[in-house]
Design a protein around this ligand. Structure first.
Ligand code: CUA
Length: 336
């Protein structure tokens, strides 16, 4: 079964599960196709009209037969439902110990950032046997991150962070495709996932030392963009305190509550007026066009690391900001 030459290899913990379901569906379809075709042929011959004036007699369907052809297909589709729902839930719940990797799709390339600061384009290096959580977004149109050998496919949607995960089960190089038509060079938006033994991966990490981790890069941006002048750790800033903010509920000026997740922070940087925190003025300028999607991921990673001061309560907060024009400060950040 595993050696179908027209099948991608099974290189993740999903692969066999997905394939068994798929093969079951193919076998089931083949079985009923042949059964029905065969019966059509047999009945056509056996019950053919034998003389021009032959009329069929009155037919009374047996109850048992009627119940059987309702109950059997129902049982089969219920099995398919629970089987596939089980796999779907498994594929959509990254384990808690998964390692984050940040992916930005762009016409026409995949840009990858690791928490440790390494960056790659159209390549992703991961260790074998470690669950990897992919945080996907796009800076232009919808792309789709597709690794057939892992049975992983997830859309990268502009303005949204979507999550997928996988755990590679054997070292090797695997194809990465874009599976959503995104323009002229869609077919060239391809890459390689390199799965390495843990020791080799550590060596790769050391070799690609770029200095700053994702969060440290975010901290650098936070200072360069002058976010720090308004979002101060004390209560003297014009913007809400960010320490301990991530993951908490935020009271908004309009009385609603927002959860300070990745998308909320992204929105607060790009369209600060969208959701103003209760007690603050809408004074923060937009950073739309000044901060790249990758820079946003770095800022979010940094904000995630800001812990509430010991003993203190989580501050009511959000990203709203201040005085100087961000344009000058942001100029050198654009290309990141
Ligand atoms: Cu990106 Cu197709």
């Amino acid at each position: 079964m595993l050696s179908f030459p027209f099948f991608p290899e099974q290189a993740s913990t999903f692969a066999a599960k997905v394939d068994y379901l798929y093969f079951f569906l193919v076998a089931l379809t083949a079985f009923f196709t042949l059964l029905i075709l065969g019966l059509v042929a047999v009945f056509a011959i056996q019950y053919r009209r034998r003389s021009p004036d032959e009329r069929p007699g009155h037919v009374i369907e047996p109850k048992a037969l009627e119940i059987a052809w309702i109950a059997v297909p129902l049982a089969i589709v219920v099995v398919i439902f629970f089987w596939s729902a089980h796999i779907y839930v498994f594929m959509n719940r990254p384990p808690a110990n998964a390692v984050d990797v940040y992916v930005v799709g762009k016409r026409w390339m995949w840009k990858v950032q690791h928490l440790t600061g390494q960056r790659e384009i159209n390549e992703l290096h991961v260790p074998v046997g470690v669950p990897i959580r992919l945080n996907l977004t796009s800076e232009d149109v919808i792309h789709s991150f597709y690794v057939p050998a892992f049975r992983v496919k997830k859309d990268a949607v502009p303005g949204r962070y979507s999550v997928a995960w996988f755990e590679a089960t054997r070292p090797g190089a695997y194809h990465l495709f874009c599976a959503e038509y995104c323009g002229t060079k869609h077919s060239g938006m391809i890459g390689t996932i390199t799965v390495m033994e843990p020791a080799a991966f550590q060596a790769w990490l050391a070799g690609g030392a770029s200095g700053l981790s994702l969060a440290a890069g975010g901290q650098k941006l936070f200072n360069e963009l002058a976010c720090v002048t308004c979002h101060r750790p004390d209560s003297q800033g014009r913007g809400p305190i960010l320490d301990g903010l991530f993951g908490k509920g935020v009271r908004l000026a309009n009385g609603e509550t927002a959860t300070a997740n990745e998308e909320y922070i992204r929105e607060s940087i790009l369209t600060p007026a969208a959701r103003i925190v209760a007690g603050y003025q809408p004074v923060m300028p937009t950073y739309q066009g000044l901060v790249s999607e990758e820079a946003l991921l770095q800022l979010i990673a940094y904000i995630k690391t800001l812990k509430a001061p010991a003993g203190g309560e989580a501050p009511p907060a959000a990203v709203t900001e201040g005085p100087t024009s961000p344009k000058d400060k942001a100029r050198d950040v654009r290309t990141q």
